[in-house]
Design a protein around this ligand. Structure first.
Ligand code: EPU
Length: 303
């Protein structure tokens, strides 16, 4: 039996569809990327655990892609299983100021829902188009706040399919990273938010969102900031002073609004994007002596 037939056998939920040869350009904010061997929307912990064990047994690569917000997929696609978390894995539960949220839950919805309930702490995620799982792994941040700050604990799944609860300290949140990517999958987290006035929280959320759309591109397809900020500076500013805004390779262009965004303006390929990344790195280094490191996660590349 080949692995694809074996995979069909472990799917237990009647509604789970296996989409073979699914174009990942349809599942990423960049709108770039070849096909995944198979894409699965998983709705239960039990089925996810079966996939974890399948992954260990068959050594088939697995990628949890969330909403594909901070991701560049290779033009060749991803040879393996892409997973999106839905259903039981994308649920929200609120008990007083303690929020239990699934990794598949979208960040903008979380921000809006919490403002409606008068809970403060996630106003800044309205403009971040990813999922809670992505925000945990990357310790997503904006406007002086980071997602890890509101986390009490995180539940992860190990390769055996077993669950493990980690404290905020154990998750080891740092600037745009954590140690959560060493596990098979993030299941969800408990957040502790602060009670506040619905009006004040909503206003703060809207102000931050306005700030985002005034300073960052949001119409064209992109993957958020392409580079990590070097200590004490802004990669966007460095790209700007290097005269690279508007520079284009193939269908990829450095945003004229914020230098740290690469836009897919005309059917860009992943190759166009990576050529532009290398061009930026070379020219920023020449101009400022600083080496920029990429932030966006890569999928389907050899290295
Ligand atoms: N600036 C320029 N030119 C540019 C871009 C920025 O001169 O093209 C200047 C701005 O005028 C400002 C300074 O650089 O004086 C900082 O800019 P900004 O406030 O836009 O912040 P940033 O450091 O460039 C970071 C995060 C963003 C986050 C914003 C807002 C990183 C890599 N970027 O950008 O996060 O939204 O702060 O808090 O940490 C992301 O991670 O994907 C992301 C977009």
């Amino acid at each position: 039996m080949d692995w694809q037939d074996a995979l069909r056998e472990i799917i237990t939920q009647p509604n789970t569809r296996l989409r073979f040869g699914e174009p990942l350009s349809k599942h990423t904010h960049f709108g770039i990327g070849g096909e995944a061997t198979v894409l699965i929307e998983v709705s239960t912990i039990e089925e996810l655990a079966a996939l974890a064990r399948f992954h260990s047994k068959w050594k088939i690569p697995v990628a949890i892609i969330g909403r594909g917000a901070n991701m560049l997929v290779s033009d060749k696609g991803f040879s393996g299983i892409c997973i999106k978390l839905i259903g039981e894995l994308a649920k929200l539960d609120v008990d007083d100021n303690v929020v239990t949220v699934g990794a598949g839950y979208p960040l903008p919805a979380l921000s809006k829902e919490m403002s409606r309930k008068g809970l403060s702490g996630v106003e800044f995620v309205l403009g971040i188009p990813g999922t809670v799982g992505g925000a945990l792994i990357m310790n997503a941040g904006a406007w002086g706040s980071s997602f890890g700050d509101v986390v009490t604990d995180v539940t992860v799944m190990q390769n055996t399919g077993e669950l493990l609860k980690l404290t905020q300290d154990e998750a080891n949140f740092e600037y745009r990273r954590s140690r959560l990517d060493t596990y098979f999958c993030i299941i969800g987290a408990t957040l502790t938010l602060k009670h506040g006035e619905v009006g004040t929280i909503t206003q703060k959320m809207n102000t931050l969102f306005k700030q985002k759309i005034e300073t960052q591109p949001f119409v064209e397809e992109n993957a958020g900031c392409m580079f990590k900020n070097p200590q004490g500076d802004s990669a966007g500013r460095l790209i700007d002073i290097s005269g690279l805004k508007g520079y284009r390779i193939g269908g990829a262009e450095v945003s004229t609004i914020h230098g740290n965004f690469i836009l897919n303006i005309n059917n860009a390929t992943a190759t166009d994007v990576l050529k532009l990344v290398a061009y930026i790195q070379k020219h920023v280094h020449k101009k400022t002596g600083i080496s920029l490191e990429t932030e966006v996660k890569r999928l389907g590349f050899d290295t």
